[in-house]
Design a protein. Structure first.
Length: 256
């Protein structure tokens, strides 16, 4: 009998400072190749990949994987990059993917945090981020919603899409492109049935996942512009009506 799918997972977040491979930081195709290789190294399985090249410089690559998502945001002008690997289950090794990225970008300093998610307890962070010396470069909000009871079924595409479409405006951010969203193959992956999506922002991006059988939703917002976590929580609770919610708010790029 197959092991029952669990919402518990590991979210690995890293800030890469003073990267020597500056040209790679601004090369969309090479970064796509690097993320694909990192996903393979972590023993995860890619479903789809989207990317966006910013003007005048910088790249975001987001990959939806069977186990959740992986992404990189680069800032060549600061020789800086942020990396996120979020994987559910116990079969993946996101640290291997991060190791490959670090070896290619060659940062002089890496600050990483491992966060345990989806366990119906407060998110557990392995390392407290460096104390803020000045205004941080960016902000990360991580949300896990349990026992959700939305007004419309989990299978309603409009509900999921409209959340990603409207949230940026409610936190004073600007979309670079319409949301990318798709539904997992419920025949091939019945335990993973749900939506996965992201929306690229001028300020960075938003990732979103639902898992229908578990009535579970995750939302991750990363931005180089300050925003209101309370507004994000209010909006997602209004739509998905969770009985419980865990959150973690991190300062990013504190050493730039």
């Amino acid at each position: 009998m197959a092991e029952e799918y669990s919402t518990e997972g590991t979210h690995l977040i890293a800030d890469l400072y003073d990267c020597e491979s500056v040209a790679l930081l601004d090369n969309e195709e090479d970064l796509r190749t690097l993320i694909a290789a990192a996903i393979k190294a972590s023993k995860a399985h890619m479903v789809s990949m989207n990317s966006h090249k910013y003007k005048p410089q910088g790249v975001t690559v987001t990959a939806i994987i069977e186990e959740s998502d992986a992404s990189i945001h680069t800032y060549p002008e600061s020789k800086y990059a942020t990396v996120n690997f979020y994987t559910c289950g116990t079969q993946t090794i996101p640290a291997k993917g991060l190791e490959l990225i670090v070896n290619n970008l060659k940062p002089k300093k890496v600050e990483s945090y491992e966060i345990k998610r989806g366990n119906k307890k407060d998110m557990i962070i392995s390392q407290i981020p460096t104390k803020r010396k000045a205004k941080p470069f960016g902000y990360s909000l991580l949300l896990d919603l349990y026992d959700c009871h939305p007004k419309k079924p989990f299978t309603d595409l409009d509900t999921a899409y409209n959340f990603l479409e409207t949230l940026p405006g409610k936190i004073n951010m600007e979309k670079q492109a319409p949301p990318f969203i798709f539904r997992s193959d419920s025949c091939k992956y019945p335990e993973l049935a749900g939506f996965s999506g992201w929306v690229p922002l001028i300020e960075s991006g938003i990732q979103f996942h639902t898992i229908d059988p578990k009535k579970f939703v995750t939302v991750d917002v990363y931005s180089c512009k300050e925003f209101s976590p309370e507004t994000v929580i209010k909006e997602i609770k209004k739509i998905y009506n969770p009985k419980d919610i865990d959150d973690q708010f991190l300062y990013r790029g504190v050493d730039l």
